[in-house]
Design a protein around this ligand. Structure first.
Ligand SMILES: [Zn+2]
Ligand SMILES: [Zn+2]
Length: 148
C-alpha cells in the first residue's frame, strides 16, 4: 500500500510496572489495529500492533505466554498484567502493543483489520483502509496461510 514508509531507528517501551522492557529496532512507524472479538476480549478495546525488523526483550522471567489459538500466542506481564505482544506462529512474526511505546503515540493508523467486528465504542476516525474479517482471511489465504 503506497510507498514504503521511512523506518525510524529504535524505540523503547515497557509494561505498566516496568519489569518488562522492549526495544524495537527498524520500526515501521504506523499502527495496525485489529478489531476482532478476541483482541477486544484480550485488551478491552482493540489491538494496536507495532512491528519492526528486530527487537530485544528484558525481564523475560516476568512474562507469561498464552496460546490463544492454533496459530497464535499472546504474551503479558505476570506482575502487572500489561499485554505485550501477539505472535503469529506460522511465520514467527511478532507485533507489540503500540501503547507500550511512548514514541508511538503520534503514529498514524496503517489500517484496521476485522473492522466489521468493532464495538460501537471502538470506532476510529480517519480514512485509513478498513478490512473486514472475510477480507483479512482471503488475504492470508492468498499468501498461503490456512486458518482451517
Ligand atoms: Zn509489568
Ligand atoms: Zn484481533
Amino acid at each position: 500500500m503506497g510507498e514504503p514508509l521511512q523506518k525510524v531507528g529504535s524505540i523503547a517501551g515497557h509494561c505498566l510496572c516496568g519489569k518488562v522492557g522492549i526495544t524495537l529496532h527498524g520500526v515501521k512507524p504506523e499502527v495496525e489495529v485489529c478489531q476482532c472479538s478476541m483482541c477486544r476480549r484480550w485488551g478491552g478495546a482493540f489491538y494496536s500492533a507495532l512491528s519492526g525488523e528486530s527487537f530485544e526483550i528484558s525481564g523475560e522471567q516476568h512474562i507469561a505466554i498464552y496460546r490463544s489459538s492454533e496459530w497464535a500466542e499472546r504474551a503479558f506481564c505476570k506482575d502487572c498484567g500489561s499485554n505485550l505482544w501477539y505472535r503469529f506462529l506460522t511465520t514467527g512474526n511478532r507485533s507489540f502493543l503500540a501503547g507500550l511505546f511512548e514514541a508511538a503515540a503520534n503514529y498514524p493508523v496503517e489500517r484496521e483489520i476485522f473492522a466489521d467486528e468493532a464495538a460501537s465504542w471502538c470506532k476510529l476516525a480517519g480514512d485509513h483502509p478498513r478490512l473486514t474479517g472475510a477480507e483479512v482471511v482471503a488475504e492470508a489465504k492468498s499468501e498461503g496461510f490456512d486458518f482451517g
